[in-house]
Design a binder for this molecule. Sequence first.
Ligand SMILES: [Fe+2]
Length: 233
Amino acid sequence: MAIRIEPRDPLTQAQGVEAGYAQTARRWPSQPLVRRPLGAAELSGPQHLARRLPLAGGGKAGDLAGYGDKRAIGQLVRLRIRVLDEDGAPLPGTVLEVWHCNAAGKYIHPNDTHDAPVDPNFYGAARLVAGDTGLVELRTIKPGAYPVPDTGGWWRPPHVHLSVWGRVWLSRLVTQMFFPGEPLNEADAILNAIRDPGARERCIACLASSKTSEMIFEHQLVVRGRKASAGTP
Ligand SMILES: [Fe+2]
């Protein structure tokens, strides 16, 4: 299987260490890269993972918000994320991982030392498979903003972390989806690490409807090409 790793576009793909966000130093190489032949560890991938997961939108896997007495606190939202290739063609069967914090800005993760309250009814993460039209649908609550650790006074805007697996482990897009109209978007160092304004805009979802019990947000995730969704540090 021929695998070609495209070089990153510095205008549309965030990269490097972001000032003020200490964690980005651990997410980016501090030394020049060394080219070496790819081995089985890189050229193998998540085989048949999609078959072991329910289709997006079906059952509990597409729901982080719970129901009734077990409902997570927060504004109910439905995310409709369409996974597309560079020509806008849908990518059915794509495995999408989603995770975000609760409405108070707290992640379900031991590294989250923020003193915001935990929500026992919030699930926090899901792994879903895109349906025939490339659509992944997730019912959840709108995540809160949270202060960035180790800095003075910078709050991250509400956002949803997304990861898409390609055919091999090396082929993975990790990005974030932002919400429209959020004042904190303007000053967010992670969003602004994407230099191209159009690429930043493509990371922000659209409010499709607020006329139902859930606010519906639509978002496109483009896995490659000139309009590829920006990877975030
Ligand atoms: Fe986050």
